[in-house]
Design a protein around this ligand. Structure first.
Ligand SMILES: [Zn+2]
Length: 451
């Protein structure tokens, strides 16, 4: 954050017993140092963040540096993983209009960071788990970059309208991924999202309010109801509109939406009014009220279609019947294909099926946490205790909620499970100090609900 072209420093007058400037604009006195930063663009307060540490950096593009702690291999790995960032920014500009924030720097945080990324303008914060070694981690960057238009430029007025931030950003992320990595990869991304949305319907089956796009969160802690719904149902809504009006018309609409509302906070009604005014007759083709006020997944939502996607889903279904994919079928699979496969396997399996799958493809040792966690979840649900050592190691080395939530839930949910519950409680008591307070709260809530 020290770069002067990022944030202008100004001396602070009259602070304590400051004895003079020890650097331009930096005042030191006694044991205090005071700096004041000025940013020209307005942002809501949730987008303001500090990071303090001993950081190094690599230049990865004309407006992008990646910063990280000077831990062996992290900076070089991040530099390679995010080498394509400038290309993504240019795609974003072509699709959504000029990039308004000047810099797009990336900061890789320690493994306890509870989110995949946080879209702080000018410097996105990232979990180190996105450094996968095959550039697929760039998809999280595509998501945070997309927030530069949807979320940071146009912000939801309150959390009841969170889908305006995340649904639009998920849509924009997939458009960027499609342009840079191709339509097949974007389709897999959509497929993983679809699976996540279907699973959330099960999670909220006793509390359907939180399957709506526009929610009422009066008296509710947003962290308690955080889910894929605003992301994936929001994405589905926008994709439905795109299918109705065609891509060129929808692209024009998006650009106009962004330029009309930039640097403003809006709600669902303002979006719907703008939609009806700019795509006349849309309300006769799509049930807008069902999409925004209704519970569940609307009948005109859609699972993605592609031959690779369908092949993976049918292979996942075949595993239950005892057929494992052969080497040729998985020859070109990267993390995303495996993640989609594992998440679509019908649980539980026989414990022996889980071990043979791992013996052949070494999924429990994957360096890609998405794959490893999806496999461990399958192992726990199939009562395959051989992997509890790996579960313990994983839950003690990362604090990303995307992994904590399914692993702890798989351990304690369901009848019986006394041994697993004891195991989960011991793990949490030993690991909790390494988790972020929000992540601690999430795990506590899971344990309270099921133990
Ligand atoms: Zn987001």
């Amino acid at each position: 954050m020290a770069a002067k072209h990022v944030l202008r420093r100004r001396p602070v007058i009259g602070v304590g017993d400051s004895e003079g400037a020890c650097d331009e604009g930096l005042w030191c006195g006694d044991d205090r140092v005071v700096e004041e930063f000025v940013m020209e663009q307005c942002v809501p307060s949730y987008l303001f963040a500090f990071a303090v540490g001993e950081l190094g950096f690599r230049e990865v593009g004309p407006r992008t540096r990646v910063y990280a702690e000077k831990v062996e291999g992290v900076l070089d790995g991040a530099g390679r993983e995010f080498a394509g960032t400038e290309e993504m920014i240019r795609v974003g500009e072509r699709l959504f209009g000029g990039y308004e924030w000047e810099r797009f720097d990336l900061l890789v945080l320690p493994p306890s960071f509870p989110y995949g990324g946080m879209e702080n303008p000018r410097m996105v914060f990232l979990t180190p788990t996105v450094i996968k070694g095959d550039a697929t981690g760039a998809q999280v960057v595509a998501h945070e970059l997309a927030h530069s238009w949807t979320g940071n430029l146009i912000t939801n007025k309150s959390n009841d309208h969170f889908w305006l931030n995340e649904g639009f950003t998920t849509y924009a992320e997939r458009r960027i991924v499609e342009a840079v990595q191709g339509v097949d990869i974007a389709t897999l991304n959509t497929g993983i999202g679809w699976r996540g949305l279907v699973d959330e319907m099960e999670r909220f089956k006793d509390n359907l309010e939180f399957t709506k796009l526009r929610t009422n969160q009066e008296g509710v802690d947003p962290d308690d109801v955080y889910s894929q719904v605003p992301y994936e149902k929001g994405f589905q809504f926008l994709w439905r509109i795109e299918r109705q009006v065609g891509r060129p018309a929808f692209d024009d609409f998006l650009k106009k939406y962004i330029s009309t509302f930039k640097f403003q906070s809006i709600d669902t009604d303002m979006f719907l009014d703008f939609l009806k005014a700019n795509l006349p007759g849309i309300e006769k083709e799509i049930d807008l009220e069902l999409w925004t006020e209704g519970t569940g997944i609307p009948p005109d939502a859609m699972e993605p279609v592609s031959s690779i996607y369908s092949k993976i889903i049918s292979l996942a279904n075949e595993l239950k019947q005892g057929r494992m994919p052969n080497d040729d079928e998985v020859a070109h699979w990267r993390g995303q294909e495996w993640e989609l496969y594992l998440e679509n396997v019908n649980k539980p399996l026989e414990a022996s099926q889980v071990s043979s799958l791992d013996k052949r493809y070494r999924l429990s040792e994957s360096k890609d946490y998405e794959v490893k966690v999806a496999f461990l979840q399958l192992a726990i649900s199939s009562n395959c205790k051989d992997y509890f050592g790996e579960v313990e190691k994983t839950l003690k080395e990362v604090g990303r909620m995307k992994y904590l939530r399914p692993l702890y839930t798989a351990l304690v949910q369901g009848p019986g499970k006394e041994e697993e519950k004891l195991f989960a409680r011991r793990l949490f008591s030993e690991a909790r100090n390494c988790y972020h307070p929000i992540a601690q709260g999430v795990v506590e809530a899971i344990l309270t609900k099921y133990c």
